[in-house]
Structure formats: C-alpha cells, structure tokens
Design a protein around this ligand. Structure first.
Ligand SMILES: [Zn+2]
Length: 430
C-alpha cells in the first residue's frame, strides 16, 4: 500500500512537470535544490516554487541528518503553540448525537457557544458546556456561529452552509477561544459583508484553532476528496476574510493579526476578497493610516489535508494580507496549493501598489521569517503573481521597489526522505 502511494505521488509530479516543460532535480542534487529556495526567495526572480518530499531510501544513500542545509533552522521554539485544555463540566443534555455531542442546527437561529453551554440553533439553552462538543448542521443565509472568548470546545461541522451577505456579521467566529473543527461532508462559509469574514479568528493571543477531518490521528491517513470532509471558506468582496482576522477590528491591537492555526486534515479551499490573504492576517493588521497595531501572521501550521489558498490582489495565499508581515508557517505534511495576488507570493507577506507612498514608512511590513517545509509526503506548490514577477514563497513587494527581508525560509525533508524543489515560470494561479 505504501509503495503504491509513493508511485502515485511521483507520477503526479512527473505529470505536472511535463505539463510545464521543466525537469525535476535529480536526487543527488537535492542539497543544491534545497538551497535554491532561499536564493529564489531573496532575489525574487522566479515565479513558482514546488516542493515534494518523497522517500528515496531505495534510490540513494541519504545522510542521516539534514543539517547540511545551511542557514536552515527548522526550529519551532520561537513560536509556542497555544495550550488547549478541555473544560470539564457536567453537561445537561439537550439534543445529542450518537457520540454525545450536542446537536445544533444553524438554519434555526444564531448559535453561540459560551462557557455555560450553547444557545440557539434550535435547541433550548444548555446550562453547561458539553465536554464532548457540538455537532452543527444546517444551511442559512441569516444566522451565524460564534464561540465566545475563553471557551475550549470541539465542533463538528456536518454539511453546514453559512452565507453572510448582509449586516455586520461573520459566518463563524472563534476569536480568543480554543476550538477544534472536525469537517464532515461538504461545508461552506461564505462572507460578502465588507470588513467581515467567513472563518474568523482575531488577534495574536495564545488560543488555537485546529481544523481536521474525521480521520485525524489515524496512522498513515492521507486525506482525499472521497473520504474526508471539506471546507470552502470564501470572502467574496473587497476586504472580506476567508480564514483569518477581520478588517472591521484591525485598529484594535488585541483583535488585529492572526496566530495559532493548525490544519491537521480535510479538504480546505480558501479564497479571500481583495486585500486579504486566503489564510492569515488581514490587510492593515500591521499598519493602517496612523493607527498602527504592528500585528501580523504567526504560527500557521499545516500537518495534513489538501489545502488550496488563493489570495486577493496585493496578498499572499497563505500568510499576510496587504502590507502584513509573517513569522512562522510550518508545513509538515499534506498537499498545499497557494497562489498570491498582485505584488505577492503564494506563501509569505502581502504587497502594495507603488503609488501608495505611505508604505515607505513601514518597509518592515513586507518582512517574512521562518517558513519551513518538512515531512515525508509533503507537496507544496506555491505560485506568485506572474504579471508582477513574484516568487512562489517569499516577501510581498511595495510596487516595483525592494521587497521585504526574508529570513529562514527552507525545505528540510525528514530523515530518509528526499526533497525536490522545482522552479518555473509558467504556472498559472490555482
Ligand atoms: Zn483526511
């Protein structure tokens, strides 16, 4: 079984390679190839970056360690994961699923999960938080889902559809809470209200959002579209967020910036409106017309799943919105397709128009540090904006001026695996 998967991965990459007329580096050239990612990022001359970790034990003798990759520090010490602790309280059943979660239907009203239990969603209010979590169903264009600050909970999204096109509301807000979302079936969160968002997590506190499929934790599980749940998160207007913080609160320091997201699995498709990245910190989280909060995107982790992230204009796919720096994107598994908008990379910080001279005051707003790709069967395909000659992974640019500074961007395959990096100039946006 393992061997079959391996052959499939190789075939897929070869197919992609053939389509674009470029050739994968030979196994023996890996060290040079891995170095190339830093080069590419720093001078910003290449458009695409494709990285594949694949086992090559049968092909060549590999060094036991990967320390030969100079300047590459896969340390995660700098960014601590938020602690997640279950709140143990006696729960009083309302409507329960077979696995003990409280069943809530968003088509019947706003759902709010508080430390004292859930309200709304067609159920009478609980008197305590269900330690087994909540299963949400239903389709709505009127209601929202919110987890209050300070709550730690598990939420199963079971074929949920929330569309928000009017009023001042997000589709689902988990800001300042520790939330694990398990995806079952096909879920959609779509926000068309300017300055608000689809799946919202605000601020850079220690709280954590986890997104996973039902098979998270199963040894050897690789997500696929037939067996794993999906989430489509969309911002459909300018300044709407797909997954991240929102522009409505970006001038409040505690609400600005985005941190501590871990995607463990699931099929996640995220696309933001203009000036917002698909997954990360919103436009203006760092600097915004004199009310600068200096916040950014920190500690975004992808451990599995199939993730497609398409940033809006002047934004990365994963990382920063317009003029928003990034520290810490760790991809250790899964398949990631990321593309950036104008003056922006697929993964990294967002850019800005040359004509917007105010950004000369905050050149650090384009900086990126600690983007580390590792693991075994990890595939990352990152595409920068073609028209403005942006790298697949790296810094957004302030128009035609110098891009930000990139620090510690590297690919480090696990011991026993081989890393392939392919640069090209002919990829299209995802
Ligand atoms: Zn899965």
């Amino acid at each position: 079984m393992k061997k079959r998967k391996r052959i499939w991965m190789i075939s897929m990459v070869l197919a992609i390679t053939a389509a674009h007329g470029t050739i994968l580096a030979e196994a023996q050239e890996t060290e040079g190839s891995v170095e190339a990612i830093t080069q590419t990022t720093e001078d910003g001359t290449e458009l695409d970056t494709k990285i594949l970790m694949e086992t090559v034990k049968e092909h060549i003798d590999l060094p036991k360690e990967t320390e030969q990759v100079s300047g590459c520090k896969p340390t995660e010490d700098a960014v601590k994961k938020g602690s997640v602790q279950q709140v143990k309280q006696v729960q009083k059943p309302v409507k329960k699923t077979a696995d003990g979660q409280t069943l809530l239907d968003v088509s019947k009203g706003n759902i709010t999960i508080k430390s004292s239990g859930a309200t709304g969603g067609g159920t009478s209010s609980e008197t305590s938080l269900n330690p087994l979590g909540y299963r949400i169903i239903g389709k709505t264009t009127s209601y929202y889902i919110k987890v209050e600050a300070g709550v730690t909970t598990d939420i199963t999204l079971d074929n949920v559809s929330v569309t928000s096109n009017s009023g001042s509301k997000n589709c689902m807000d988990v800001s300042h809470a520790n939330v694990t979302i398990t995806l079952v079936g096909n879920n959609m969160l779509s926000c068309g209200v300017q300055n608000y968002g689809a799946l919202v997590k605000e601020g850079m506190d220690k709280t954590e959002l986890i997104i996973q499929c039902e098979h998270a934790g199963e040894k050897g599980h690789q997500c696929d579209k037939d067996t794993c749940g999906s989430l489509e998160a969309k911002g459909t207007k300018m300044h709407t967020t797909a997954i991240g913080n929102i522009i409505a609160n970006r001038t409040v320091k505690e609400e600005s910036g985005f941190s501590n997201l871990t995607i463990k699995g699931g099929i996640v498709n995220a696309q933001a409106g203009e000036h917002n990245c698909a997954i990360g910190a919103a436009c203006g989280s760092y600097a915004n017309g004199g009310t600068d909060t200096k916040q950014y995107a920190e500690n975004i982790r992808i451990e599995g799943g199939i993730i497609t992230a398409k940033g809006g204009t002047l934004c990365a796919g994963i990382g920063g919105g317009k003029v928003t720096p990034v520290d810490g994107i760790y991809i250790t598994g899964g398949t990631v397709y990321a593309s950036g908008g104008k003056y922006s990379p697929g993964i990294g910080s967002g850019g800005a128009e040359t004509t917007e001279s105010e950004w000369e005051k905050t050149p650090e707003g384009f900086n990126v540090s600690n983007i580390v790709i590792s693991g075994g069967s990890t595939l990352v395909k990152a595409v920068g904006d073609k028209n403005t000659s942006m790298p697949g992974i790296g810094c957004g640019k302030y128009g035609t001026k110098t891009p930000g500074t990139a620090t510690n961007i590297c690919a480090v395959p696990d011991s026993g695996y081989q890393g392939y990096i392919q640069d090209g100039t002919s990829e299209n946006r995802v």
